[in-house]
Ligand binder design. Structure first.
Ligand code: KG4
Ligand code: ZN
Length: 333
């Protein structure tokens, strides 16, 4: 089945054409217009600017993707969660195409897209599975008993893990997005140098909270103002606190749900140390479970992962009339 996937929920306009089947998902073409360079100046995503940029890019991207390529059998579009203007820009484009071609339109949850990002260029997920989705906007643990059956078992109560990386990077004067910058510096640092808290790690649930960690980073910097300190040690210690919480909660969830597959996806899943730590812990404690990460090209937001999620809905004829489909910026999986 040929699927056109469109993603515009945050700061990437991404359009992809995929050939999805039982055998796997083949990316025919994907083009992403990243807005990072624009938002960098402001130290984070400015929703109003993001919306305008999506409006500028969406039609040229769709045109470039479809030139001399097959007409899709269905369109998959992110309809939430995300920034409402971006969602609406993508949705209006998708609705127009669905009307003109008279083909099914499938609304996809952005987080569902991040789950299936691990199937792009890789094997299909074995169920039951647990997914830790960690990005700039989300930190959620999802239990997936079988394909398409999701239970949100934990989520952040305040900041997302990626947001925490970005905000602390800003305090350090590092450019946006802060995750890759901090992780690069952390490679040369000592992760035991500074004792940061591990928020909610020992609570008997799978929820997260990262705003306290951000505040303790702020206080540490304030208390040490004027003193020289090793930036790499700071980054390594801070990163380790986030990793300990993310990995610790995922291991706890694995104990309860005994999944065949443990998925780590979303922008933060690009973090090498996080991947290594999770892989090692799972191998030690659940040697029969498989740990899955997206290929690096599919960690950040992309149209291909939306197309794969949409493919599964299209198989079940789970589409929505273009006249009725609506975006929901707060849609929970
Ligand atoms: O999934 P994504 O592209 O967008 C959202 O849906 O939010 O994730 C972007 C987030 C940013 O917060 C960025 O700092 C973080 O992913 N990120 C990382 C790394 N690479 C990207 N965080 C930690 N380590 C990294 N290597
Ligand atoms: Zn995302």
């Amino acid at each position: 089945m040929i699927i056109l996937g469109i993603e515009s929920s945050c700061d990437d306009t991404s359009v992809a054409l995929l050939d999805c089947s039982k055998q796997g998902h083949f990316v025919i073409k994907e083009i992403t217009a990243s807005q990072i360079d624009i938002h960098k100046k402001y130290g984070g995503v400015v929703p109003e600017i993001a919306g305008r940029m999506h409006a500028e890019k969406i039609v040229p991207l769709i045109e470039a993707i479809l030139k001399k390529r097959p007409t899709p059998n269905a369109i998959a579009i992110t309809i939430g969660p995300g920034l409402i203007t971006g969602l609406l820009v993508g949705l209006e484009a998708a609705k127009t195409l669905a009307y003109v071609w008279n083909i099914p339109l499938v609304g996809v949850n952005h987080l569902e897209g991040h789950i299936y990002s691990v199937e792009i260029g890789q094997n299909k997920i074995q169920y039951p599975a647990i997914a830790l989705i960690a990005s700039g906007g989300h930190t959620e643990l999802i239990y997936i008993s079988k394909q398409g059956k999701y239970k949100r078992i934990g989520a952040t109560k305040d900041d997302a893990a990626g947001e925490c990386f970005d905000k602390v990077a800003k305090l350090l004067g590092l450019p946006y997005p802060g995750g890759p910058e901090i992780s690069k510096l952390a490679e040369k640092g000592n992760h035991t140098a500074i004792k940061f808290p591990r928020p909610m790690l020992n609570n008997k649930n799978w929820d997260f909270s990262f705003s306290g960690l951000k505040t303790s980073a702020l206080y540490w910097l304030r208390d040490n103002i004027g003193r020289t300190f090793n930036l790499c040690d700071f980054c390594a210690s801070f990163q380790q606190a986030i990793i300990d919480v993310l990995v610790g909660k995922t291991i706890n969830a694995a104990e309860k749900y005994q999944p065949k597959t443990i998925i780590l996806s979303g922008g933060v899943s690009a973090n090498k140390k996080l991947r290594e730590t999770l892989r090692k812990e799972i191998l030690d404690q659940f040697p029969k479970s498989e740990v899955r990460f997206p290929k690096s090209a599919y960690c950040m937001d992309n149209g291909s992962m939306i197309a794969v999620a949409g493919y599964y809905h299209a198989l079940k004829k789970n589409s929505t009339d273009w006249k009725k489909i609506q975006a929901d910026p707060n849609w929970k999986l």
